[in-house]
Design a protein around this ligand. Structure first.
Ligand code: DC
Length: 221
């Protein structure tokens, strides 16, 4: 199997770029953030105290998180319920980023599931610690980044396009806050990762860069 690990900060465009690169290469796209978000949703619904990592860990065996693929791409399930949309709310984003993703038991709980997925298919997997922890033997590791200002400008545009007026400075503050919260997972950039800074790059240019890196590597493996 061939695995492409894409790590980097929130808002660098990882998921859209990873999805497009996976389609171009005929690979399966795996969004690992969705798994952390699903656990956060479960904990919020269960009324768990997210600050209490032991309480969260004690509930983990009850969480049935899985993914399946539809023509629209990855769908994320909690028990039998499709929660792909619910896990995108601001409340779930913040709970995941601030609390749930920092709990070692949560990270351990999701480790095998992520590795299993990469055993079954050629994957483009995006997250924070894919190249460093989950798939240290991935054939291609990308660290996808962009300046905080660029990421905030893209996010502001997205929100405006969705009819939600957004203030650039407020969005920039949120981007910086998320970076701080995610720093722990992002801390280790594997030395064999290729850094792609997308500041000033167009979407298609980034996808082309990734697919050509992958094709080069595939020729050598
Ligand atoms: O990529 P995302 O925004 O959907 O990720 C949601 C949160 O989960 C984010 O705060 C970082 C965290 N996360 C993580 O710690 N490890 C991963 N492999 C993926 C996401």
């Amino acid at each position: 199997m061939f695995a492409i690990a894409i790590d980097g900060p929130a808002g660098a465009g990882k998921s859209s770029v990873a999805k497009a690169a996976a389609t171009a290469l005929g690979f399966t796209y795996v969004d690992t953030g969705a798994l952390y978000r699903t656990i956060a949703l479960y904990m919020l619904e269960a009324g768990a105290n997210l600050e209490d990592s032991q309480a969260v860990a004690a509930l983990l065996p009850q969480v049935e998180v899985s993914i399946r693929y539809s023509p629209q791409g990855q769908r994320t399930l909690l028990g039998g319920r499709d929660v792909s949309e619910e896990i995108r709310t601001q409340q779930v984003s913040m709970a995941t980023s601030r609390w749930v993703s920092h709990i070692p038991a949560v990270r351990a709980f999701l480790l095998d599931l992520q590795r299993e997925l990469a055993k079954r298919a050629n994957v483009v997997m995006d997250g924070r610690d894919i190249g460093s922890v989950i798939l240290p033997d991935a054939q291609l590791k990308i660290f996808l980044t962009a300046s905080p200002e660029e990421r905030a400008a893209r996010r502001t545009k997205q929100l405006e396009a969705a009819g939600e007026p957004a203030d650039f400075n407020q969005v920039l503050r949120e981007v910086i806050q998320r970076d701080r919260q995610d720093q722990e997972q992002l801390g280790v950039i594997p030395p064999d990762a290729v850094t792609v800074d997308t500041t000033g790059m167009g979407f298609d240019q980034v996808v082309d860069r990734l697919t050509s890196l992958a094709r080069e590597r595939m020729g050598t493996f």
